[in-house]
Design a protein around this ligand. Sequence first.
Ligand SMILES: Cc1ncc(COP(=O)(O)O)c(C=O)c1O
Length: 338
Amino acid sequence: ELVKKMVPGMEKLRFTNTGTEATMHALRTARGYTNKEKFVKFEGQYHGAHDYVLFSTASSPISGMGARRSPIPAQVGSGIPDKIRDYIYCLPFNDFDAVEQCVKDHHNEIATIMVEPCLGNIAGIEPQEGFLAHLKKLCDEYNMVLIFDEVKTGFRLSNGGARETYGVIPHISTYAKSLGNGFPVAAFGGSEEIMNVIGGGGVSHAGTFGANGASMAAAKAVLTILDESPVLENLAERGMRLKNGLDKILTDAGLAHQMSGHPNLQGFLITEKEVKEVRDLVHHDDELYETIMSHMYDRGVWMEDDAREPWFLCEAHTDEIIDETLDKFEESVKEAIA
Ligand SMILES: Cc1ncc(COP(=O)(O)O)c(C=O)c1O
């Protein structure tokens, strides 16, 4: 009930334990609903640890993804049956034409487009204006299910997640991380008509610990706090101050850079060219980023030294902590370029 109240267009929801389980069941549900088998995902996006989605993720080498015009799904690690590759189209994020062409060519086989609404595993890079709406339109037109993987964005960007923040309602969304604020709880849901294919000999969804009492109590507590106080709005204000501060320090230091992401899930890249998707990361200066972060570590602020992992804010990050982070960042940048 709380999720339905907070998330626009949420009609029916089922609980799982992990994000992986949520995307796996969402994919099966889309296949069961459309009676089609293949699906589209975007390069640089991570949807969990089941076989179908372990292709061209944020950690895949770009050199293994083939030409931009004819991408090759890059399998993540061994142990995935070879034929699984036949079910997936991996496309560059934010490329309106590539996805439209793929859908026009193959829509008879494509059950779903699964997308992280922003690149939650690459510095939080956001969708270009109209990109998510473009995906929705294609899905509506060609009998495909649009799945937003909101494992990172859900109950983080805003109470309604990417649906609210970007103003596009997909057919299904998946949730995990922030939903339990540390407890193992996840969910998938959306259109009642689509969710109704589950059960009664239709699409299977099962799991010993699904909707277990401890996780439900945790999720209820989290959602109640979010519903009753402006936690995420306050975070966004502090996040914006952090983002503006980092931006100014990098500008003053004369470093070409790109600030990215929503204030609650943000990042920056050291680059002279715009980064819109994973392949553009070749323009980013990994080494300098790592050096700055190691100087931060020496000063007592432990940041992830891989720029792909966004900076996530939480309620514990007070104004004082943000000020201290900015001070240490300024010193670290100066030391790195000295
Ligand atoms: C966008 C996204 N989807 C799915 C998953 C998988 O979630 P879990 O690790 O809970 O299985 C992750 C994990 O980081 C994720 O970032």
